[in-house]
Design a protein around this ligand. Sequence first.
Ligand code: NDP
Length: 283
Amino acid sequence: MDKIIDGKAIAADIREEIAADVVALKGQGVTPGLAVVLVGDDPASRVYVTMKEKACEKAGIFSDEHKLPAETTEAQLLALIDELNNDPRIDGILVQLPLPDHIDESKVLEKISPAKDADGFHPYNVGRLATGNPLFQPCTPYGVMKMLEHTGVDLTGKEVVVVGRSNIVGKPVALMCLAQHATVTLCHSRTKDLPAKVGQADVLIAAVGRPEMIKGDWIKEGAVVIDVGVNRVGEKKLVGDVEFEAAKARASAITPVPGGVGPMTITMLLYNTVEGAKRRAAQ
Ligand code: NDP
């Protein structure tokens, strides 16, 4: 096992599989389609949306973009989602977050048909994941699981420690590890003695959003470390939530930042869209 878990290489492998699946689906007359909805002009969101469009294009997935002005009303957005729910060309709908303050985010996410919820944030899909029968799974945690799989990590009976309990990363990744028979500890800002908890981990998954807050010497010798954190320090430098160099010295395998979990997220969005298209083709 390589010590550095190369997210770019794993993402490239999965994208090849996706491209092959798209060719096969097109052969059956089904072109996978992803609708991406952006409201307003948040610069970071624009960058993400452009990256998603380009990735779709490259994979042969039909990308249906909707860039709406910041003044779009909640009712207008809900009406668009309704349209997309009923559009037979669309297998996945993604509403780029955050939404402007006058729009109720949960109302919008719940409007998306669970059968087209490529981000896996609809309570129906959250419930399916929690009950061990997932349909669409959220992209970043799903990407973490694919990385572990590609690295050859068997989670059965392992101690997994997740730091961070957000709905988009920490909680779902904990459920996914549980489904793979790990013993999971889910830590957060009120956790007592975090270093001791981290020290128990055979597999550590960090999703906090604080630059290098998890120190290398907390980590058990031989642990696998997955760092979801992306933190900007200074003008240009990105670092994870784990003190990388010190952690690398103790870990058996570790993801870098950048080039670790990051490249997996969009890949899993494409993957989910293609899974949706496969279900359409099977109907
Ligand atoms: P959130 O801010 O939603 O959640 C952060 C979590 O960390 C919370 O549960 C919080 O606890 C916990 N936390 C905060 N401080 C501490 C502390 N001192 N000790 C222990 N736990 C703490 O973040 P996200 O889950 O959205 O994102 C986490 C990181 O992952 C960010 O750096 C983000 O940029 C990155 N990210 C990367 C993605 C990628 O594609 N690579 C995609 C998504 C996120 P509490 O709940 O108690 O407040």
